[in-house]
Write a protein that binds this ligand. Structure first.
Ligand code: NAD
Length: 511
């Protein structure tokens, strides 16, 4: 066992906890070098349970060398053979789904059923990646000129890297490396230092599935490791998911050195509720979308825009349902919302509740009494009468705080959403098909739900926002990821024989 993952019985007896060190994974082996390490917490206990290696530029360089050495043979491996390894990896992930979910709960804090769901959504990307032979097929044009044919090739980019956030320790890495590797690239994953163990377990499983050493490497750590990735000339493409300031930094740094880059950022996702909506249904959907995973989802609904007469009854329902949410350890029976990821983050979120009160918003449900000392807990909070200039609306809080704004009309609500600099996801609740259609057409947001609060596209579509929620052009998974992880080449061929016209001197045209 490479990563010492504490069992539940250990979790109940903090005094006996063994502080295992989570390694990096280079060329098919776990490595625990001396040097900088960081703490890994169990948020339900509020205690350090493991340590993790913080990679420096030397460790990143070793990972790049391993990936570069593995690249030629992996690139030349027929896509069908790559797909067979992915199929085996898929089976192993399915076998280990519960164990992976448990790791997620132990390091992130979200409930086990929620963790299971997120692992499932990641597994579905691997399922999609198994179809890679079909996805890599190029185009062919016969007789582009007299006896001249043209075809396209889709070739891997080379050594790719992925840098991922704390909130989906399995799903977000699975958005990236299975598709990159399916396309014939080799990969270096840098997971969040807050949740490092699941990536190592996935690397082990991929190896067990038959992946050659060096094709997938995992480096752990913080900005030092990230900067070493960004500045390494041997890395050709970078996928990033995290907060907006870091996404922008990643995008700009990669662009300067000519690396291909997709950098997904933060969010402030609005749900617009029209007066004709089924308010009971909408309120149920909204509390799940706002407080699920303690609001630590990039697709969480964090702002509700209540239109006209929907306002008062909706706030009443949201308050009732928010107060009823059961908060506790993620692996305890019946718990709906776990702790936040760290004590620092819990305090930051609590600070926003203070700020909202000072700014004049109406605090309808106060989560602060739910703060506990035996873990990074905070209760659910709900604000009404929130105005666009308030920090609780402007900033991504990334915690269990839902804010309600009021609008007179749907047009006013659309204008408000479109003015927000974030544009990851949004949803409308209505019984009117016409209103929903107009909303989907006019809203300037990457992913739209109609009576669906968290419209995360399935694996065979692509995921990504607009504006400050995505720097770059191509979204993750689905067919856009095939475009991101490959370069196209156009080949124009002529095979002369006796009646082939002689090549001309001027620019050829068909006339
Ligand atoms: P983060 O930006 O702090 O960290 C993301 C990654 O960047 C981590 O691997 C981290 O080690 C690294 N990093 C952090 N600071 C850095 C720095 N100064 N220089 C270089 N690298 C740095 O994000 P987080 O707190 O881990 O995750 C939460 C954020 O991620 C939220 O903003 C959330 O909306 C966003 N997110 C977005 C999506 C999406 O699809 N758009 C999905 C999940 C999470």
């Amino acid at each position: 066992m490479i990563v010492g993952l504490s069992s539940r019985s250990q979790m109940n007896k903090p005094a006996e906890l063994k502080l295992d060190s989570v390694p990096v994974w280079i060329n098919g082996k776990p490595v625990t070098p001396a040097g900088r390490h960081g703490d890994v917490f169990n948020p339900a206990l509020g205690q350090v349970t493991k340590r993790v290696v913080y990679a420096d530029a030397g460790i990143v360089d070793a990972a790049v060398k391993a990936a570069a050495a593995a690249f030629p043979a992996w690139r030349d491996t027929p896509p069908l053979r790559r797909a067979r390894i992915l199929q085996k990896f898929l089976q192993l992930l399915q076998r280990e789904q519960k164990a992976l979910a448990r790791i997620v709960t132990e390091e992130h804090g979200k409930t086990l059923p929620d963790a299971m769901g997120s692992v499932q959504r990641g597994i579905e990307v691997v399922e999609f990646a198994c179809g890679i032979p079909h996805l890599l097929k190029g185009e062919f044009g016969e007789n582009a000129g007299t006896q001249i044919d043209t075809h396209t090739l889709r070739q891997p980019v080379g050594v790719c890297a992925g840098i991922t956030p704390f909130n989906f320790p399995v799903m977000v890495p699975l958005w990236m490396f299975p598709m990159a590797i399916a396309c014939g690239n080799t990969f270096i994953l840098k997971p969040s230092e807050k949740v490092p163990s699941a990536s190592i377990r996935m690397a082990q499983l991929f190896q067990e599935a038959g992946l050659p050493d060096g094709v997938l490497n995992v480096v752990q750590g913080d900005k030092v490791a990230v900067d070493a990735i960004l500045n390494h000339p041997g890395i050709h493409a970078v996928s990033f998911v995290g907060s907006t300031p870091i996404a922008k930094y990643i995008y700009e740094t990669c662009a300067k050195s000519g690396k291909r880059v997709q950098a997904l950022g933060g969010a402030k996702n609005h749900a617009v509720v029209l007066p004709d909506a089924d308010l009971e249904f909408a309120a149920d959907a909204l509390v799940g979308a706002a407080y699920g995973s303690a609001g630590e989802r990039c697709m969480a609904i964090s702002a509700v825009v209540a239109v006209g007469a929907a306002g008062d009854p909706l706030v009443k329902l949201l308050a009732q349902k928010a107060r009823a949410i059961k908060v506790g350890a993620g692996d305890a029976e019946g718990v709906e919302m776990g702790p936040l990821v760290t004590g620092q983050h819990r305090d930051k979120v609590a600070g926003y509740i203070e700020a909202g009160i000072k700014e004049g918003a109406k605090l309808v449900v106060d989560g602060r009494p739910g703060a506990r000392q035996d873990g990074f807990y905070l209760g659910t909070s709900l604000f009404d009468q929130v105005k666009p200039q308030m920090s609780i609306y402007r900033d991504e809080i990334f915690g269990p705080v839902l804010v309600v704004l009021r609008a007179e009309t749907m047009e006013e609500a659309i204008a408000l959403v479109n003015k927000n600099p974030y544009a990851n996801g949004t949803a409308i609740f209505t019984e009117s098909g016409g209103a929903a259609r107009r909303f989907a057409a006019e809203i300037q947001v990457g992913m739209v739900g109609v009576n669906v609060p968290i419209p995360v596209p399935v694996a065979y579509f692509s995921f990504g926002g607009w504006k400050n929620s995505l720097f770059g052009d191509l979204h993750v998974h689905g067919t856009e990821s095939v475009k991101f992880y490959t370069r196209t080449k156009v080949v124009t061929s002529r095979w002369p024989h006796q009646d082939t016209p002689a090549p001309g001197f001027h620019m050829p045209t068909l006339g």
